[in-house]
Design a protein around this ligand. Structure first.
Ligand SMILES: O=P(O)(O)O[C@H]1O[C@H](CO)[C@@H](O)[C@H]1O
Ligand SMILES: O=c1cc[nH]c(=O)[nH]1
Length: 245
């Protein structure tokens, strides 16, 4: 039963799905984690794989960039493919001075500059919150990361913006949010959490900081496109722990 965006059949997806924005990262994650990974969809180049990790079924599917895109995929996975939990494995810009490049943020909630959730519930400033059980499982897994390559992990709020390039007339718009304890900026979590709420399912986002808005002194300190695709080992371990919790 293919949809306009996913060419798969019921049963092709596991109940837990990891979702990076980048379909190439989906392929990389599938290859890394699942020796038996098989391609289950590739509509629009949005690659999706299903396989097993130590005998436990898992899927990985790219979400594309932005809240409308992840909403489409999450809606179809939750409503038509029997998916119960989605863990976004993405990158973000650090807006808190506490968060450095390469650190991991377990996002337990997401503000948004978008009105995507107001379109669901007009008149309400919806609070987009991650699933508590998944959050707890990811936090519990932090101690299992090997000391040597363990990233610094932060737990807290992020903001899901509709722009990647600065469009706000105030170039430091995010600084006000940093003062309210917001850790990073990305482009999907708030819509993902709301979509999970809509279907009574579970969602979480585990994000690796790929750049620093606070102190962007040295652009070369940003992750390269290659690093954004590959430097997610710590975040991935936490996401897998949440997926199988
Ligand atoms: O690395 P991913 O998961 O795509 O996440 C971040 O990167 C993209 C922007 O470059 C947006 O999707 C943003 O949320
Ligand atoms: O959405 C994003 C992702 C990474 N870095 C940013 O500044 N924004």
């Amino acid at each position: 039963m293919a949809t306009p965006h996913i060419a798969a059949e019921p049963g092709d997806f596991a109940s837990a799905v990891l979702m990076p924005g980048d379909p190439k990262r989906a392929e990389r994650i599938a290859t890394l984690l699942m020796p038996d990974a098989r391609l289950v969809t590739d509509v629009r180049g949005m690659l999706g794989f299903t396989g097993t990790v130590d005998g436990r079924p898992l899927s990985v599917l790219g979400s594309g960039m932005g809240q409308p895109s992840i909403t489409i995929y999450a809606t179809e996975l939750f409503s038509l493919f029997g998916v119960q939990r989605i863990i976004r494995v993405g990158t973000c810009g650090a807006i808190s001075p506490r968060v450095r490049i390469g650190d991991v943020i377990i996002a337990n909630g997401a503000h948004t500059t978008s009105n995507i959730n107001q379109l669901r519930l007009p008149g309400l400033n919806f609070s987009s919150v991650a699933d508590f059980g998944l959050t707890r499982a990811a936090v519990d897994a932090v101690s299992s990361l090997s000391r040597q390559d363990a990233p610094q992990v932060h737990v807290g709020m992020v903001v899901s913006d509709d722009h990647f390039y600065l469009a706000n007339p105030d170039p430091r718009w995010w600084a006000k949010l940093a003062r309210y304890g917001v850790l990073g900026v990305e482009m999907e979590a708030a819509a993902l959490f709301a979509t999970a709420n809509e279907f009574g399912k579970q969602a979480l986002a585990v994000l690796t900081a790929s750049d620093q808005l606070v102190d962007p002194i040295d652009p070369s300190s940003r992750m390269s496109p290659e690093q954004r695709e590959t430097r997610f080992a710590g975040a991935l371990r936490l996401a897998v722990a949440a997926a199988f919790s």
